[in-house]
Design a protein around this ligand. Structure first.
Ligand code: ISE
Length: 328
C-alpha cells in the first residue's frame, strides 16, 4: 500500500514536495496539505484534503508520514507533534530555530526509541556530492586536507537577516561537509566583508573551519551574487583533487563566446537531490528500516549548534572552539 504523505507549508519548497509526492515518487501518494493560507494550499492540493491547522493534518487518518516545509520558527512544535503521533517526519532544514530546541527533539525521539525524524539536507542525495563522496571513499585522492566551498545566491530575500547566511544557508555546508569527510568541526572563524555603499551587512562571508580529522574547510557564502545560484565544492587531498564540474548540462559556443546557464535559485540546481531524497525516504519507510543516508535529528542539531556558535564568532570577531555535547 502506498504511503500517504501530508505536506505542511505550501510555499516554494512545500509546493515542490507536494508535486513530487503527487506524481514523482514510487510507493507514495499525496495524502493532504496544510497551510494557514488555504487558497495557496488549495492551489497545490489537487483532489486531496486541505487543513489550515498543521496539527489536524498530523492527526488525520489520511496521513501516514509528514513533510514539514513551513517557516523555520514553526518546526519544533510540528516535529514534536509528529513524534507524539508516532508518524515519520521529513523536516526541511533547520530542524528547529535554535540548538536547544533541536536537542529537545533529539532527546524526545531517543526516549520514544524509534527513528522517526529525518532532516531535509538534500545535498546528501545530490549526484554531484555523491560522486565526490565515492571518489573520497575510493582513496584515489588520498586524505582530504582542504575543502573549498562556494555558496552563492542571486539575491537574498528581503526578510533575510545577516545571521541567516549562517543559520539558514551555510548550515548546508556544515551538514554536507560532515557527511563527505565523516568528520566533526572543532574550530571556526568568520570574516564579514567590510561594508561599502548600500551593500547588505554580513554579505559576503568567509567561514574557515577546522575538522577533527585535520582538514581545513573554507566557505564563501555570498547571498547577493547577482549572476545566479551557484554551489561549488572542491576537495584537495594528499594525492589529488576532486571538484564538481559545471552544473549546467549544456554549454553553448556562439559569437566567439562559450556559455553555460546558472539557475535562478536552488530548486532547479537540486531538483534531482530533492527527488532522490524523497524517494529514498519513502523506500526506507516501506521497508520498515527508516535507515538511509538522510540527516538524522542529531545531524540537524549539530548543524544548528555549529551555526549558532559561528554567529557568536561573528559577534566577538574571534575564532571559537566548536563544542558539542555527548551524543545521547
Ligand atoms: C535556502 O533556504 C536553501 O535551503 C538553499 O539550498 C540555500 O542555498 C539558500 O541559501 C537558502 O536560503
Amino acid at each position: 500500500m502506498a504511503i500517504r504523505v501530508g505536506v505542511i507549508g505550501t510555499g516554494v519548497m512545500g509546493a515542490d514536495h507536494a508535486r513530487l509526492f503527487d506524481r514523482g515518487i514510487r510507493g507514495a501518494i499525496l495524502g493532504s496539505v496544510a497551510d494557514p493560507d488555504k487558497e495557496r494550499a488549495k492551489a497545490v492540493a489537487g483532489d486531496v484534503s486541505v487543513f489550515s491547522d498543521p496539527l489536524m493534518l498530523i492527526r488525520s487518518s489520511q496521513v501516514d508520514a509528514v513533510v514539514i516545509a513551513s517557516p523555520d520558527h514553526t518546526h519544533r512544535d510540528i516535529v514534536m507533534a509528529c513524534l507524539e503521533a508516532k508518524k515519520p517526519v521529513l523536516c526541511e532544514k533547520p530542524l528547529a530555530i535554535d540548538a536547544a530546541q533541536c536537542l529537545e527533539i533529539v532527546r524526545t525521539e531517543e526516549k520514544l526509541g524509534q527513528k522517526l525524524v529525518q532532516v531535509g539536507f538534500m545535498r546528501r542525495f545530490d549526484p554531484c556530492y555523491a560522486e565526490l563522496k565515492s571518489t573520497l571513499q575510493s582513496g584515489s585522492i588520498g586524505t582530504p586536507r582542504i575543502v573549498h566551498n562556494q555558496h552563492r545566491n542571486a539575491q537574498a530575500p528581503e526578510w533575510f537577516t545577516a545571521h541567516m547566511a549562517v543559520t539558514n544557508s551555510f548550515v548546508h555546508e556544515i551538514d554536507v561537509t560532515r557527511w563527505l569527510l565523516g568528520a566533526e568541526f572543532v574550530r571556526g572563524y568568520v570574516t564579514e566583508a567590510p561594508r561599502t555603499g548600500d551593500a547588505p551587512k554580513g554579505d559576503p562571508l568567509m567561514i574557515m573551519l577546522e575538522t577533527d580529522t585535520g582538514a581545513i574547510v573554507s566557505t564563501e557564502v555570498f547571498m547577493n551574487a547577482a549572476y545566479g545560484y551557484h554551489v561549488h565544492c572542491e576537495i584537495a587531498g594528499t594525492s589529488g583533487t576532486a571538484s564538481m564540474a559545471h552544473p549546467a548540462l549544456t554549454r553553448t559556443r556562439l559569437d566567439r563566446a562559450e556559455r553555460g546557464e546558472f539557475p535562478e535559485n536552488w530548486i532547479p540546481r537540486f531538483a534531482d537531490a530533492y527527488r532522490i531524497q524523497d524517494q529514498v525516504w519513502i523506500n526506507s519507510l516501506l521497508d520498515g528500516t527508516h535507515a538511509n543516508e538522510g540527516a538524522t535529528a542529531w545531524d540537524g542539531f549539530v548543524a544548528t549548534s555549529i551555526a549558532e556558535q559561528l554567529v557568536n564568532a561573528i559577534e566577538t570577531g574571534t575564532p571559537v572552539d566548536l563544542v558539542l555535547p555527548e551524543r545521547p
